[in-house]
Design a protein around this ligand. Structure first.
Ligand code: ADP
Ligand code: MG
Length: 310
């Protein structure tokens, strides 16, 4: 368990976090969400002591993090950056195992761990382990960035907007992937985003931040049903305002298969029109800026089910 107790942070006289109190249960998927400048990165980086608080204390398993040996603390906290920056001169398995190597793991164990993790994220180890980073797509590199943080089996994984630079389809795939990894690995995931939709999709618990203060902490259902104040309510409404119920929303979420067939429905058509057409057709082709995608009934059902779950 992680606890922030009255934690404040001042940068050159400016208060970035104001007496933050927060409890993160072990093995939770915990999301910090808020607009730019609200203090998310500061909160996250205080956990592995890249930033020290000006006031207050943070506890990790009932011990103050300033009382941990710094190296040991960081071994227990994996860290995924927004810009993954794999080492260009190391191959993929060496990139994944770099921390394990510095801890003196034998080569055989490092290779086994790297190959195991590649398989977990659907990158065939026989194909990918010895490739160089520039031989991978952006989304594939980001997958490696994620498993690299898991290589030495940390207890907690810190992720700071890891997907915000990706296109919507890669983003959806990587969200599914971190959800799957979280289920499997029994680690605590702490995930920062400015996107409320992403927060609702991923978080078991969500903390909404604004100007260095927590506005509300709860499950997605609690926050949606009982927003604590106008800011939280507005944060949702803005998200929904930019996500009207058109076929584009399905495309944004990554549904459909690429196809070369001609479009039969514009992307700005309402979802109800797609439903009507799918009664008569196996698939409906919609054009995006880059390509055409064929949407089928299972796509529509999955999309609606995810919306329900949100
Ligand atoms: P977020 O990640 O939510 O965008 P940050 O934690 O990065 O927010 O920043 C919170 C506030 O602290 C912002 O007003 C930001 O400008 C300020 N801040 C962050 N880092 C520094 C720094 N190193 N020096 C001065 N001010 C900073
Ligand atoms: Mg940030």
């Amino acid at each position: 368990m992680i606890e922030f107790k009255n934690v404040s942070k001042q940068y050159e006289g400016k208060l970035a976090l104001d007496r933050l109190n927060l409890t993160i249960p072990s093995r939770d998927f915990f999301v910090l969400v808020g607009p730019s400048g609200s203090g998310k990165t500061t909160t996250l980086k205080m956990l592995n002591r890249l930033i020290e608080p000006t006031d207050g204390n943070i506890y990790f398993d009932d011990q103050r993090i300033i009382d941990y040996d710094l190296k040991q603390l960081r071994q227990r906290m994996g860290y995924v950056l927004q810009n993954i920056a794999l080492f260009p001169n190391l191959n993929i398995q060496e990139n994944i195992a770099i921390q394990a190597e510095s801890l003196g793991w034998p080569r055989k164990d490092r290779v086994a761990r790297a190959r195991h993790l590649l398989a977990q994220v659907d990158l065939d180890p026989d194909q990918y382990a010895t490739r160089m980073p520039n031989e991978l797509s952006g989304g594939e590199q980001q997958r490696v960035g994620i498993i690299r943080a898991l290589a030495i089996k940390p207890q907690v994984v810190l992720m700071d907007e890891p997907f915000s630079a990706l296109d919507p389809i890669s983003r959806k795939q990587l969200q599914d992937l971190v959800l799957r990894l979280h289920k499997k690995l029994k680690m605590t995931f702490i995930f920062v985003t400015h996107d409320m939709h992403e927060a609702l999709r991923l978080g078991q618990h969500i903390a909404i931040m604004r100007q260095g203060h927590i506005q509300q902490v709860g499950t997605s259902a609690e926050i949606m049903e009982h927003p604590a104040n106008d800011f939280v309510r507005g944060f949702f409404q803005n998200e929904h305002a930019v996500r009207p119920e058109t076929v584009q929303s399905l495309l944004d979420d990554g549904y459909g298969q690429p196809t070369t067939a001609l479009p039969t429905l514009p992307a700005d058509a309402p979802v109800s029109e797609l439903a009507a057409m799918l009664r008569q057709n196996q698939a409906v082709v919609v054009a995006t800026a880059q390509s055409q995608r064929a949407l089928s009934t299972p796509d529509l059902l999955d999309y609606l089910a995810t919306k329900e779950a949100d």
